[in-house]
Design a binder for this molecule. Structure first.
Ligand code: GLU
Length: 504
């Protein structure tokens, strides 16, 4: 195999969709697996679609995911510049080479004329193709006399350079994911290679750049598959060896019907972008929603590829180790927002209590409470299994910080017995006598008391939870009261008995 050199070549036209991040990830995994080079090339030749901030966003997204760029606009390298607009002057000569060879030509048709041809065709139920079937009747250097088209060039009439697709030829080519493909040229049109604004189109620019950058494998989204025959033809015209191609399956909506879009995310409440997008129409990001990059990467890796085993949890190094293009699926991969949360839940459990406590401390502070980190670590240990995100810890623990304001009426009805008030006040004095207010100690004392008195454990503990939490949820009671402390526990019993006692 050639020395592996792959590129991720996004256009800075807005926030990077998670499908794009997956393309970057597969390129990266493939490069690292094969001791190759991962290149980031910014494809910004379409000036009308350029969006300020998008380039920065792309770089930041890759960094957050742990995808390390070997060669790129920031890193440099021997094949630069890596931003296509900085290579602008390079492309014209390649377009000219194709014209000289007779494989491309000048076309002078105006956008209005082309639009009319398109709508006329559509009215007849056809798709307009600018190719061998019509090109001789249109305004180009193949139909016009040489003196005429040269005159128009000299006058600086607006023109584009189009690829001359041969008539009725079967093009054979291969894709690593799709296998062997045959396409007849009569179904293709003469794509524009060079635009009237002096810029190359994607088709020309990326082939020239892939060639000059010695790209060995082009791994990209399925949306480019229809252009692949054209790309093979352009390589053939230049006499260059094409790279190997792998077109990745689409990411589908959760119901499997169509491509995953920002609208789906908005509707169902999940992000379709790695980071928050702050410009214009803003968009949610996985990072800001509280996902860990490991979870995000792990989830993305399995959307379109499988390791051939049941294993689901992969670190980046394990992904590199296991990845192979041959295991990329042909069919689209359905995005599952619940699975994304499942991955985050897993990675959250892998974090140490100290790491989680440091994260959670920010939320506690935002609520106006201040606790030392060791105390927060104990709390985190009690609730982490119940949450997929640190931000959700607050709603699981708010009663640790605040006395209940209200008491769940349904629980009162069901669980507060006529004897509960007296039992709670008795329990208060039992607890008062405990010096070492630690869960095992408290548990032992309370259980012994219940036994000696012959009380019903359920009745006591349900009422106890109600006065401490205000509801019927939460971790182990002895863990809760040990955390909030003796004094607070006794106060809550008093308050609970007073209020609930009046209500029941
Ligand atoms: N600039 C193209 C895009 O953003 C790159 C396609 C390719 O990888 O060839 O989709």
């Amino acid at each position: 195999m050639r020395q592996v050199r792959v590129r991720f070549a996004p256009s800075p036209t807005g926030p990077l969709h998670i499908g794009g991040v997956r393309t970057a990830l597969y390129n990266y995994l493939f490069a690292k697996k094969n001791n190759g080079t991962f290149i980031l090339r910014i494809e910004d030749t379409d000036q009308t679609r350029f969006v300020e901030g998008a380039e920065e966003y792309i770089i930041e997204s890759l960094k957050w995911c742990g995808i390390v760029v070997d060669e790129g606009i920031r890193e440099g390298g021997n094949y630069g510049p890596y931003r296509q607009s900085d290579r602008k002057d390079l492309f014209r000569q390649y377009a000219d080479t194709l014209v000289d060879k007779g494989d491309a030509y000048y076309a002078f048709d105006t956008p209005e004329q082309l639009e009319k041809l398109r709508t006329d065709s559509e009215k007849k139920g056809n798709t307009f193709l600018y190719n061998a079937s019509v090109r001789n009747n249109l305004a180009n250097s193949l139909s016009l006399s040489e003196s005429e088209w040269k005159k128009r060039l000299a006058k600086e009439d607006s023109y584009v350079i189009r690829y001359k697709m041969p008539k009725n030829e079967d093009i054979h080519f291969d894709d690593i994911v799709r296998g062997h493909i045959v396409v007849n040229t009569d179904t293709l049109d003469d794509k524009v290679l060079f635009k009237s604004d002096g810029m190359p189109t994607y088709h020309l620019a990326h082939i020239v750049d892939d060639h000059l950058m010695e790209i060995s494998h082009v791994i990209r989204g399925e949306e480019w598959l229809p252009s692949l025959p054209l790309h093979f033809m352009i390589y053939r015209s230049f006499g260059w060896e094409p790279p190997l191609f792998a077109h990745l399956p689409l990411l589908l909506k959760p119901d499997g019907k169509g491509k995953l879009s920002k609208r789906d995310g908005d509707k169902m409440g999940f992000p379709v972008f790695p980071l928050y997008w702050p410009y214009g129409e803003t968009a949610k990001g996985y990072r800001e929603e509280g996902y860990y990059p490991e979870a995000f990467v792990n989830m993305l890796a399995l959307l379109g590829w499988n390791p051939g085993t049941e294993k689901e949890i992969f670190s980046m190094d394990e992904l590199i180790d296991s990845f192979s293009i041959e295991r990329v699926h042909k069919s689209g991969s359905r995005f599952d927002p619940e699975k994304a949360k499942w991955f985050n839940h897993h990675y959250l459990q892998c974090r140490s209590n100290n790491e989680l406590a440091l994260e959670f401390r920010e939320y506690i502070r935002a609520q106006g409470f201040h606790y030392d980190i060791v105390h927060i670590e104990t709390l985190v240990e009690l609730v982490k299994e119940r949450v997929s995100f640190v931000k959700d810890m607050w709603q699981e623990t708010d009663f640790f910080f605040k006395r209940p304001e209200t008491y769940d009426q349904d629980v009162i009805k069901k669980r507060w017995k006529p004897e509960s008030s007296a039992q709670m006040l008795e329990l208060k004095s039992v607890l008062e006598s405990i010096d070492e207010f630690k869960p095992p100690v408290i548990e032992q004392v309370v259980k012994r008391w219940i036994e000696e008195k012959g009380y019903n454990t359920g009745t006591v503990m349900n009422a106890f939870r109600l006065v401490i939490v205000g509801a019927s949820h939460g971790p182990h009671m002895f863990d809760i009261i040990s955390w909030i402390g003796k004094e607070e526990t006794l106060n809550r019993i008093d308050k609970g008995v007073t209020i609930i006692g009046k209500q029941s």
